[in-house]
Design a protein around this ligand. Structure first.
Ligand code: PLP
Ligand code: SF4
Length: 450
């Protein structure tokens, strides 16, 4: 593009004190980041620092909260434990043990979850692939298990560290193609991570080519790429050395006849305001690819209807299609970010009321849980009883989808597991779900925001 090349510079626990804007913080505040950053994901880059964060108001800045670990994100007890491990004992073994202890209390992410929904072909497990809903396979390329910057609410990066079997060798991408050919119901392949768009071009091409090759001989219609790169590193599509290569392969996918959908994670309208993101979106759209947008709803970041309506409008202005509002779960800093389901629905409703139909392609708030994606349709009254109306947007059994069902009104519940059926003692799908998973442990589910 002839654009100035922007050099990517990452900051982590090791070097974050070099960020010059941090001189605005007190020494205690910087120290708090270090303590919390030993537990929560911490990696931020020069684009986020220079273009997205408003340093004059960093203390309640949504992007600062999104990327910098803060004291309040840990429980006081965990904070104290980590603080003293770092302070009194510079003993690395002690620090490691303390970290491990806190991790385990936050969210152990048993390896079992990675086995769940892992398909097989010719008696061989397809590691790095999940097939939960009939039409869509999720694909976790091993080279995409990191991100341009980390979100403080997300623990996904941590669950993959050191999990060898997730390594997805290139020949396995041929296996994935074979699996798709054998299952005609599969219309969508969704690349996810981490962030698959941290991949370099050659690796990306190796994953895409087999899909292009089989396109004519299977049910494949859509390749989706879940990514936060448009928020965290839009130069990927404009001035990076390989930007033109990516644009060309997007064009190639579209020319083949495949629908290419970039599932872009945007959490706040601020992320849509820079020149760089504007350019990146235009370039991607020029290839014929679509951009669909999604984000979890999070306290301290986007828990106001005005934020969502402004974000959806701006997205439509930029030719993006609002897609999902998620409920976040299972995060290390859950207590800091979570809000009740009823509250999330109220925010969704008020935001939705204030935009025109072109923004109302968005669905939510939605929880990705074991039986499927459950949408909170709202609070209603039947007879004299207040109930919550829910429905599946996606179901482990496709027959469950789009059938409203009812839970007892619970203004405090933050997740499906805290809801009780309004009528009878089980939800309509529960017995079938139990029989599907008789032999498996299903206590934790992979969560997917992109
Ligand atoms: C969200 C999700 C999908 C995609 O669902 P859509 O409603 O088609 O966007 C596919 N697989 C899993 C496991 C998911 O969580
Ligand atoms: S939400 Fe997405 S971009 Fe953010 S840390 Fe998690 S995987 Fe990475």
């Amino acid at each position: 593009m002839g654009d100035k090349v922007h050099k990517y510079k990452a900051y982590t626990l090791r070097n974050f004190l070099q960020i010059k804007q941090l001189t605005k913080l007190s020494r205690t505040e910087s120290r708090d980041i270090e303590v919390a950053g030993n537990i929560l994901p911490f990696r931020v880059n020069n684009y986020v620092i220079d273009e997205l964060i408003d340093w004059d108001h960093y203390d309640d800045d949504p992007i600062f909260n999104l990327t910098f670990p803060r004291k309040e994100m840990l429980t006081p007890e965990h904070f104290r434990m980590m603080d003293s491990a770092l302070k009194d004992k510079k003993d690395p073994e002690q620090i490691k043990l303390t970290k491990q202890k806190i991790y385990n209390q936050l969210n152990p992410h048993p390896a079992g979850q990675l086995d769940l929904n892992v398909p097989e072909i010719n008696g061989q497990k397809l590691h790095g692939v999940q097939h939960k809903y009939r039409e869509t396979v999720l694909f976790f390329p091993s080279a995409g298990q990191t991100c341009h910057s980390y979100c403080t609410f997300c623990f996904r990066w941590a669950q993959f560290i050191g999990i060898e079997k997730l390594k997805f060798a290139t020949q396995d991408s041929e296996l994935l193609a074979e699996y798709i050919q054998k299952h005609n119901s599969i219309t969508d392949v969704l690349f996810t991570g981490g962030d698959p768009m941290v991949m370099n071009y050659k690796t990306f091409e190796k994953y895409i080519d087999p899909l292009i090759k089989i396109y004519k001989t299977c049910g494949l219609q859509t390749i989706r790429i879940g990514t936060k790169s448009l928020s965290y590193w839009p130069y990927k599509y404009t001035s990076d050395e390989q930007a033109d290569d990516f644009i060309r392969i997007f064009e190639k996918i579209v020319k083949t006849g495949i629908n290419l959908a970039i599932m872009a994670h945007f959490s706040h309208p601020r992320e849509l305001e820079t020149n760089a993101v504007d350019q990146a979106i235009r370039r991607i759209r020029s290839t014929g690819a679509q951009i669909r947008t999604q984000s979890p709803i999070l306290r301290h970041i986007n828990d106001k209807p005005e934020i969502w309506s402004a974000m959806w409008r701006k997205q439509v202005n930029l030719n993006c299609i609002p897609y999902y509002m998620f409920i976040a779960r299972d995060t290390g800093a859950k207590h800091y970010f979570e809000l009740p389901l009823v509250k999330a629905w109220e925010i969704y409703r008020h935001a939705y009321q204030n935009v025109s139909g072109v923004c109302r392609t968005v669905r939510g708030p939605s929880m990705s849980c074991t039986p499927g994606k459950v949408q909170i349709l709202g609070v209603s009254e039947t007879g004299h009883e207040k109930v919550m109306v829910l429905r599946f947007i996606q179901g482990r059994n496709p027959d469950w989808v789009a059938k409203p069902f009812f839970a007892r009104y619970n203004p405090e519940a933050t997740w499906m597991s805290e809801l009780k059926p309004a009528y009878g003692d089980k939800f309509f799908f529960e017995e079938e779900l139990e029989s599907l998973y008789k032999h498996k442990t299903v206590d934790s589910e992979l969560f997917n925001f992109e």
